[in-house]
Design a protein around this ligand. Structure first.
Ligand code: C2E
Ligand code: MG
Ligand code: MG
Length: 375
């Protein structure tokens, strides 16, 4: 269906170009098209043609489908801008439109700082991997019953030579959008595997959780490559757990399920991350070969005994247990949240109250001095 919508979009844009013989259109990649026209055609006229072309729904497999375009526009200034610059400007306008929820946006100089900074950051990401600027931080998941730590989450940081330490929220979403996330995943995975293997060799095994993005799930051969990597590194696959967000798993549940099953077959362990923020069908949840449910920190924040929030947490934990899952609460920040989580039967808590994500040597020190973490 998606392919047919793309073809129909192409046909309609071509029809626009038939009206204005000097215009031409091409598909850049995925669902992105580029329409180029000489400046003697007015932008207003062009916009009218495009709007008109997408006014009526397309009929695809007997169904009426509305096609909505998001458009980024760039016009050359008086001096001679190159086509490459124009394309880049249009892309910046498109990105800005996406964040401002506008379907049609003209490139403006002011977009430079924010949007272009993001693009530059992206091109730097490849270099960051090569130059070893990424850092792996670990945050413990503490078992509430006895204060022990059997697993930790790997969280990436970027130590930028000029910008300093960049949190993942500032580059992971962009890396995901452009597919560059696979580079990052590979880096984190390899380091997490080496680390887990070395902990096991030291006689104190630690399961390390690695976050996966939907892009990784959609990449063919991801599960097979991961199994090969584990073999090369010599890590026990059971020492690696993959966290897949609920919303990520639900974007394309059938293919997510396929990748998850393949990873599980290779011996890796799986977890549903940020649970409660997506819309998962319980039917799918039941089918997923996961061992762990991580309740999003939005449900943990400021929760107090006897509140509706506590009731919600308690029933989510009970549901997880019924499905045979271990339940982890994210983002426990104070003693009250911590003791409530223990009281209502949550298995693990991960949060600043115990420890924030730390560089590996600091994590080792924390384990040596703070465990068992009983409060
Ligand atoms: P996440 O997987 O849900 O990770 C938990 C986030 O909660 C981490 O933020 C962690 O620092 C933060 N956190 C932990 N305890 C507390 C607390 O008590 N209070 C509060 N307010 N926050 C707490 P971080 O490290 O900034 O990571 C944010 C997100 O970025 C992660 O969410 C994950 O989705 C993504 N991410 C991080 N590293 C990677 C990675 O290597 N690959 C991928 N694909 N995504 C990553
Ligand atoms: Mg996570
Ligand atoms: Mg999470």
């Amino acid at each position: 269906l998606g392919d047919q919508i793309l073809k129909e979009t192409g046909r309609r844009l071509q029809a626009v170009c038939k009206v204005h013989a000097a215009a031409c259109v091409g598909r850049m990649h995925a669902d992105q098209f580029c329409l180029v026209f000489p400046s003697d055609i007015s932008l207003a006229a062009m916009r009218e043609e495009v709007d008109y072309a997408f006014n009526s729904p397309a009929e695809i497999e007997g169904q009426a489908v509305d096609i909505t375009l998001a458009v980024g526009v760039a016009l050359p200034p008086a001096d001679n801008t190159t086509m490459a610059q124009l394309l880049r400007n249009a892309e910046i306008a498109l990105d800005a439109g996406r964040t401002q929820h506008r379907n049609w946006l003209m490139y403006q100089q002011e977009m430079e700082t924010s949007q272009r900074a993001d693009l530059d950051l992206l091109s730097e990401l490849k270099r960051a991997v090569e130059q070893n600027e990424l850092r792996l931080y670990l945050q413990p998941k503490v078992r509430l019953s006895d204060g022990t730590v059997g697993s930790a989450e790997a969280l990436v940081r970027w130590e930028h030579p000029r910008r300093g330490m960049i949190p993942p929220g500032d580059f992971v979403p962009f890396a995901e959008k452009t597919g560059r996330i696979t580079l990052l995943t590979r880096w984190v995975l390899e380091h997490a595997m080496r680390l887990a293997a070395s902990y096991r060799a030291l006689g104190r095994p630690l399961q390390i959780s690695v976050n996966l993005s939907t892009f990784d799930l959609g990449e063919t051969g991801f599960a097979a490559r991961t199994a090969i990597l584990a073999h090369e590194v010599g890590v026990d696959p059971g020492d690696i757990r993959f966290e897949i967000t609920e919303s990520g798993a639900m974007q394309d549940p059938a293919s997510a399920l396929e990748v998850m099953n393949a990873l599980r077959t290779s011996g890796f362990s799986l977890s549903i991350d940020d649970f409660g923020t997506g819309y998962s069908s319980l039917a799918y949840l039941q089918k997923m070969p996961v061992a762990e449910l991580k309740i999003d920190r939005a449900f943990v924040r400021n929760v107090r005994p006897g509140s509706d929030g506590a009731a919600l947490l308690e029933s989510t934990i009970a549901m997880g247990h019924r499905l045979g899952l271990t339940v982890v609460a994210e983002g426990a920040e104070d003693a009250e949240e911590w003791s409530l989580l223990r009281a209502i039967g949550c298995d693990y808590a991960q949060g600043w109250f115990a420890a924030a994500p730390m560089p590996v040597p600091e994590f080792d020190r924390w384990c040596a001095t703070q465990l068992p973490f009983v409060r």
